[in-house]
Design a protein around this ligand. Structure first.
Ligand SMILES: [Zn+2]
Length: 398
């Protein structure tokens, strides 16, 4: 049995290794290497089933049919994910990628839904696609009147597995689709997104433990070792996904409470006038003090540009003593900056989007410090450690 989840991943994109399939509507589609294992397992068990139905012997024809049906099955999962993703995009939520992997599919959304209604619509779209596919495949199998044939058996299996996929995902435990609907409903009723996530996540954890218990029972008492272990693995995966989602929501909430000015990292030792040579900066500031980022400012403190170790190192070694840093800096107009009053959530999202570790913080044109991923995460860790005390204050509607 395959399942799927969706993740909003604003903290840091983890690129999985795999094959790129292409893209649809700006969404990158790819297959993780772990998918090969599940493809082999599904093809293997499907071949046994198709041959076991008495329709035919386990020959090359059956193997090819089983492989073809497996591929259509995974295309079905992809369509389920596209159902979520295209609905999300229509509602203004950007979708980065869809990846097929060991436990099904993952669509990576750039952010969470802004309203309960959007959350519910995006969640429902996937299972709706699966139910439609299931009915179409069953209809084809019945319409062809070919239940005894290889084609008919394959179509019937696709119909059943798509309905099963929809049913499994309809279970009201976060982060399954049903759990997202539950969260949307709770969110709409209470106006409290954090508490809705926590309750839906707790339901998801209960369901995950049920799967693990059922898997253990099936493996130990029922003698169904492979199926049992598979249930345990899916349960364990769901459990960690439920915990991660709830943890991430708490983290986002903590970040939203922080202002950039609260985590300001001083930059006094990293200010340059621009006339220093690359060699000078490398020798005195980089190699002796370990600094990596420098701000080039006017005498009155206005930001002119930014130089990192990357720009310094890119300067050819024989030209370093004659090249002023102003010549290699990234000029101010091409720089992303933050203002002291912006939220930590905004700053981190911006850094992730740009693939940088820090932003200069500018107030009235003057550099007053920097905001870094490290400093923000340090503050968040402290918030989460003290979460019990501050939890009540964060439980406000948004
Ligand atoms: Zn789904």
């Amino acid at each position: 049995m395959a399942k799927e989840i969706r993740v909003a991943q604003p903290i840091g994109s983890v690129r999985r290794a795999g094959w790129r399939l292409g893209s649809i509507a700006g969404i990158e589609l790819s297959i993780d290497y772990s998918w090969l294992l599940i493809f082999a397992l599904v093809t293997f068990s499907l071949a046994q089933q198709l041959a076991g139905g008495g329709a035919t012997e386990l020959g090359i024809r059956v193997w090819l049919a089983a492989a073809a049906v497996s591929i259509v099955f995974f295309a079905s999962i992809l369509l389920h994910e596209l159902g979520h993703s295209l609905t999300a995009q229509r509602l203004g939520i950007r979708v980065r990628s869809i990846t097929l992997f060991l436990f099904g599919g993952v669509a990576e959304l750039a952010s969470e839904a802004r309203r309960p209604r959007d959350e519910i619509l995006v969640a429902v779209a996937g299972p709706l696609v699966s139910v439609s596919l299931g009915l179409i495949f069953l209809g084809l199998a019945g319409g062809l009147g070919a239940e005894g044939s290889l084609l008919g058996a394959g179509l019937a299996w696709l119909g059943r597995i798509n309905l099963l996929l929809a049913t499994f995902n309809a279970v009201p435990g976060f982060p399954l689709d049903g759990g997202r609907v539950l969260r949307g409903i709770l969110w709409a009723i209470s106006g409290d997104f954090t508490r809705a996530t926590r309750v839906a996540g707790a339901c998801g954890a209960i369901f995950a433990w049920l799967l693990i218990a059922m898997g253990l029972l099936a493996a130990v008492l029922g003698g169904q070792l492979v199926g049992g272990i598979w249930f345990v693995l899916i349960g364990w995966f769901l459990l960690s996904a439920a915990r991660a989602s709830v943890g991430q929501e708490a983290l986002q909430r903590a970040l939203a409470d922080i202002r950039v000015r609260d985590t300001l990292v001083p930059v006094a030792g990293s200010l340059l006038s621009g006339s220093e040579s690359v060699a000078e900066v490398l020798e005195t500031l980089v190699l002796r003090q370990g600094r990596r980022t420098f701000f080039v400012v006017d005498p009155d403190g206005h930001l002119r540009g930014l130089v990192t170790l990357r720009e310094l190192a890119r300067t050819p070694a024989d030209a370093r003593s004659q090249t002023p840093v102003a010549q290699v800096m990234v000029p101010e107009e091409r720089l992303a900056t933050a203002s002291p009053t912006q939220s930590g959530q905004w700053a981190l999202a911006r850094m992730v989007e740009l693939g940088v570790n820090q932003l200069p913080v500018v107030s009235e044109g003057r550099v007053v410090g920097a905001v870094t991923r490290e400093a923000l995460l340090g503050v968040v860790r402290a918030h989460l450690l003290l979460g019990q005390e501050t939890g009540a204050r964060r439980g406000t509607p948004r």
